[in-house]
Write a protein that binds this ligand. Structure first.
Ligand SMILES: [Zn+2]
Length: 82
């Protein structure tokens, strides 16, 4: 228990901020794109993109779609490194 490979990803770090409002995050999500290659990954290898969110933004309608949009913008601008 507590020893899976995602542990270091799921921890909230001091410099993390909510992907939507840039406020203090309450949780960490892993976005799993349907097409890894489009997102800089490899075929047959699942890509996960880590992001932080706060409780308020999580409650917003269309939150998952908005996160996907924000992440795709970051990816295109080269801001996403992991
Ligand atoms: Zn927020």
């Amino acid at each position: 228990m507590g020893n899976n490979i995602f542990d270091p990803l799921i921890k909230i770090y001091n410099n993390d901020s909510c992907i939507c409002c840039h406020g203090k995050p309450n949780g960490v999500g892993l976005f799993q794109p349907k097409d890894s290659i489009e997102w800089g990954g490899y075929q047959n290898k699942q890509r996960f993109i880590r992001y932080c969110f706060c409780e308020e933004c999580l409650k917003t309608d269309g939150f998952p779609e908005f996160v996907e949009y924000l992440l795709s913008q970051k990816f295109k601008s080269g801001e996403l490194t992991q």
